[in-house]
Design a protein around this ligand. Structure first.
Ligand SMILES: [Zn+2]
Ligand SMILES: [Zn+2]
Length: 80
């Protein structure tokens, strides 16, 4: 006890502070990770359920503003 399994500080990108096996279901949307896939899915459903998909290139965005910025900048037609 008293041993933090993960850090909530937004600046901390270390997922599990050395407990690699404890939480091996990392969220792709935020720095948290979870012990089971179910917990991860619940977390995503509760915290990141709003996804906005670009109709042109089918990229997805967490925020409506992100999608809007993407469309405004015409990133779809950008070719690398
Ligand atoms: Zn998350
Ligand atoms: Zn697009």
């Amino acid at each position: 006890m008293g041993n933090a399994l993960f850090c909530l500080a937004s600046t901390c990108m270390v997922l599990d502070h050395g407990n690699a096996n404890a939480r091996n279901h990392p969220c792709h949307e935020c720095p948290q990770s979870f012990r089971t896939e179910k917990r991860l899915k619940d977390h995503i459903k509760n915290n990141h359920k709003g996804t906005f998909k670009c109709n042109k290139c089918f990229r997805t965005f967490k925020l409506r503003d992100d999608k809007k910025a993407h469309e405004d900048k015409n990133e779809c037609s950008k070719k690398k």
